[in-house]
Write a protein that binds this ligand. Sequence first.
Ligand code: DGY
Length: 326
Amino acid sequence: MLKKKIISYMRVDDRVVEQLKQDFDVTCFYNHEYLGDAAFDHALQEADGIIGLALKVNKQLLQHAPKLKVVSNVSVGYDNLDIEEMTKRNIMATNTPGVLDDTTADAIFGLLIATARRIPELDSFVKEGNWNISLQPEQYGLDVHHKTLGIIGLGSIGSAIAKRAHFGFGMNILYHNRSRNKEAENTYSATYCELNELLENSDFVCLMVPATDKTKNMISASQFKSMKSTAIFINGSRGKNVDEAALYDALVDGEIHAAGVDVYKEEPTNKDNPLLRLHNIVTLPHIGSSTIECEYNMSKLAAENIKKALTGCKPPTLINKQVWEG
Ligand code: DGY
């Protein structure tokens, strides 16, 4: 019997690709080869499934994929998928929630500490041989422990951050969320707040919401103005949730003290992005969930999703359940 055809797009673990090859005819694309690339277009015409990271699956792409049954994202975020259009076409969409919560929380909490304690800057100070002069008070960072952390978006990753902050650092937790998170209120003494109340009272503001039409630019000039001038802003969500020009102004004008960002509006961000010239921002290349172990676990779950979908079973982490329920 002819094997079903799969496109493996960026960041699927090699070991997982080898396993998929036992059951499927897999064509791999490792970079941003995309519509217009002859090999990619050809594979798309034939594909029953796609597995990978951040491929923009929109109407235009779907018009070139007449046989497609499933797109399996190797990420929890799925703002790259047009779910409505996929559902209309009976195409399943899956993601990888759960397996990355602790890994992402480690990275985002690490970014918070690195920004507060100015770790990258001080690392360069030592490596560049400047430690023959004494450290100046202007180079000191700010305390993290026992401060107030405001988490916007207290889902499972936000809760894992709250856990670290509460039990590890004795922090006071405020949160803003679409719905109340009673478990976090009971376990981490988290207090629900309206957004502005959170912004005004937090020493650290950590953004963890998914990217939707409603969250686009949700942190912009007026939100930065509401924050304390000593506040540190952390973006562990998606770049499009923040107005980058407003973030730049807030950092330059001293409306906030510093920022740590893992995500950008355009990724990879251009090296000329003015944010990169500022001393009071610590940046990462969108690696919240990217550890050796976690990338493998996400690839395994994504492979299970695509395998189940193409063998007539319900994928474990299906997003658009309507396609399954009919
Ligand atoms: C996720 O899983 O959404 C991570 O941010 C990687 O995109």
